[in-house]
Design a protein around this ligand. Structure first.
Ligand code: HEC
Length: 128
């Protein structure tokens, strides 16, 4: 009987332990991401809004990145150009996912066709 009880206790423990990795997969937080973007100095080259600059990010714009999350993470871990690499010991996977969520949460520009002034000037350009 004692063995059965020990088994039940152990299996309940194992079931609980199995839930812990699930807890680590918390929904990414744009607020944490903003803090991590600042803390890790991404803003120094990419700008606070991920708007980038020709001087410091080779014109790369992050707020509107076309990279899917996995490719985004892979680039930050092992960049190919002037950007310094950020290894997992410095920047955790969850902070990186939060940074991505922050960038995704930033407002995106409208297409030129939805901006009246640009629509006008492109129409004017066409009539020339
Ligand atoms: C010292 C400047 C610098 C810092 C700091 C920096 N980057 Fe970059 N990043 C760059 C440059 C320059 C590029 C353009 C490609 C290259 O040269 O590596 C780039 C490219 C990228 C790209 C690829 C974008 C694309 O569309 O190809 C991502 C993603 C990125 N950076 C994310 C980050 C994140 C997240 C951080 C902070 C953890 C960060 N960077 C910090 C300079 C920087």
């Amino acid at each position: 009987m004692a063995n059965v009880r020990a088994y039940l206790v152990l299996s309940a423990f194992a079931a609980g332990a199995a839930l812990i990795p699930g807890a680590a997969l918390a929904v990414p937080s744009a607020d944490n991401g903003k803090a991590a973007f600042v803390k890790h100095g991404c803003w120094q080259c990419h700008g606070f809004e991920g708007q980038g600059s020709t001087e410091t990010s080779a014109g790369r714009v992050l707020y509107d990145t076309k990279l899917p999350l996995e490719a985004f993470k892979a680039y930050v871990r092992d960049p190919s150009g002037a950007m310094p690499p950020y290894h997992a010991e410095i920047l955790s996977d969850s902070d990186l996912a939060d940074i991505y969520a922050y960038l995704e949460s930033l407002p995106k520009p409208k297409p030129a066709s939805e901006i009246p002034l640009l629509k006008q000037s492109s129409a004017a350009g066409e009539s020339r």
